[in-house]
Write a protein that binds this ligand. Structure first.
Ligand code: ZN
Length: 508
């Protein structure tokens, strides 16, 4: 089902992509509507949820890149987004964990999709059951994000990261919360005009199930009054979210209220509450779900979305910073195939490792996620000072920061390494597409049968073959065009011993 899953090590592109739409150019959210579940919940006495238990909810992230694998959200930004999501939901006692790690998808048409039907196709093709499926893309149909009740949420790269609440907003929708200004989507409130008592809106693609009629018939919403008299029937059907008619991105004052004054159909004047994640206030204004919103989300998880919950168990947080073993204190390393090692951090299952020539890590030459406590770097610049750092995490806790900065220095480039004492060497160390590997066979090894194996930097066997060592120089054709770019270990084993070499596979 998954094209590739994160178990070992991944390379993340860290370049900024000019074609990604900026947040200011995106609509805040594409979602509209009130679910049938919420209408039912209003009519029937709600589920009694007196517990304060933390509800652990399975999330399945799908991180989209272009067909060539470029453009995916940086691992660091994604971890920060996930940490922010759990911080935003902490007051609800709802917490999220990655169900099956991160699913990586390379598909340009989904990575930047122009319309909702393409997003529907992306989700229905890749969703996994019993989880809230979350898709991180460069452009979610011109929005910062949206939620399809029957499929999942989509989030734009430029609406992700620390201090961005788009993911929380869309998960709010997925747990049956409407916008407090429902009905005003696509309309611009105008104080100079009388406020209507009823609004109609086009809800196509956002009903509880896939549309059978496109466009869907218009829906209607009562406009909420300031005195609260129609709050259970009007707008979002939620009484502790006060009237709000602002369906564009808006700034707030120091009390986190809208600068724009509004008046309800009776003429009563008010300002919108920007603290709500479900409003369209700027991220800096937002800080909460209302108590009634929290009750609705918890009731949703205990009924309609019970399959997303995992039984409570003790989840071990990752809190301690990682400590490097080597290289540290400016140690000298080779520019190709440098080995980085660190001490395991309690409860961490993954580590994000970055190395940069710049102390602010503006440009990163290593940006990798691994499940090990070591990694072998690819090609670094020769004769340079470097900084490196480690961020530990697991599927439940992504809020541990990077630890301290460690330093190292790269040596000079060696064109072809010298043969070892027995006469073994292997080249080139940087292997372009279709290039064979040349082995120089120690004289004492000639006539032996040997096994050739190649492991990737995460220690997975990617290739093996048997070779009769009949000549002083032998060429080995590796299927490296099928391998991702990165560092590999080549190992030649015979009865006489083991010879090793580091290889960097580069895609031209
Ligand atoms: Zn929304």
């Amino acid at each position: 089902m998954f094209r590739h899953l994160l178990f070992g090590l991944l390379l993340f592109a860290t370049t900024a992509y000019a074609q990604e739409p900026l947040k200011e150019d995106l609509a805040p959210c594409g979602t509209i509507g009130v679910s049938d579940w919420l209408r039912e919940y209003r009519l029937r006495p709600p589920v009694v949820d007196r517990s304060e238990d933390t509800l652990w909810v399975a999330i399945q992230p799908h991180l989209l890149a272009k067909d060539n694998g470029s453009g995916r959200i940086a691992a660091e930004k994604f971890l920060s987004s996930f940490c922010q999501l759990n911080e935003d939901f902490a007051a609800s006692n709802i917490q999220f964990y990655f169900k099956y790690g991160w699913n990586l998808l390379d598909e340009t048409d989904w990575y930047a999709h122009e319309d909702i039907p393409q997003g529907i196709e992306m989700m229905l093709t890749n969703n996994i059951p019993d989880a809230l499926n979350a898709y991180f893309v460069a452009d979610p149909a011109g929005n910062c994000g949206y939620n399809l009740p029957y499929a999942g949420v989509a989030i734009g790269h430029n609406c992700s990261g620390d201090n961005d609440h788009t993911w929380s907003h869309e998960v709010g929708h997925a747990l049956n919360l409407p916008h407090p200004f429902i009905g005003w989507e696509g309309k611009t409130y105008n104080f100079a005009q009388p406020t209507p008592t009823l609004l109609t809106y086009d809800y196509t693609y956002f009903h509880d199930t896939l549309e059978t009629q496109i466009p869907a018939p218009l829906d209607t919403a009562l406009v909420e009054l300031l005195d609260g008299s129609n709050c259970a029937l009007a707008a979002d059907l939620i009484c502790d979210t006060k009237p709000d008619y602002l369906s564009y991105r808006w700034d707030c004052n120091t009390q986190n209220q809208s600068l724009a004054k509004q008046k309800d159909p009776t003429g009563a004047e008010f300002y919108s509450d920007g603290t709500l994640f479900m409003s369209y206030a700027l991220d800096k204004c937002q800080s909460r779900f209302s108590p009634e919103e929290i009750a609705i989300m918890r009731a949703t998880l205990l009924t309609e979305k019970a399959a997303w919950l995992t039984p409570n168990r003790l989840q071990q947080p990752v809190e301690e910073p990682a400590e490097a073993v080597e290289p540290i204190l400016g140690q000298l390393v080779p520019p190709v195939g440098a080995l980085f090692t660190w001490k395991p951090v309690p409860h961490a299952t993954h580590y994000l490792v970055q190395a940069s020539r710049f102390e602010n890590f503006f440009f990163k030459q290593v940006d990798l996620v691994t499940t090990d406590t070591f990694l072998i770097a690819g090609q670094l610049s020769a004769n340079q000072n470097y900084f490196w750092r480690i961020r530990p995490f697991n599927d439940w806790h992504a809020c541990a920061p990077f630890g301290e900065l460690f330093t190292f220095k790269t040596g000079a480039v060696s064109k072809t390494s010298e043969p070892d004492a027995e006469g073994w060497r292997c080249y080139p160390s940087v292997l372009g597409t279709g290039m064979p590997l040349t082995l120089e066979i120690p004289e004492t090894w000639r006539g032996e049968d040997a096994k050739c194996t190649v492991f990737d930097a995460a220690g997975r066997l990617v290739w093996q073959s048997y070779l009769s060592l009949h000549a002083p120089r032998m060429k080995v054709e590796l299927p490296s065009s099928h391998w991702p770019s990165g560092v590999y270990r080549f190992i030649l084993t015979s009865n006489l011993g083991v010879k090793r070499a580091s290889l960097v596979v580069e895609k031209g």
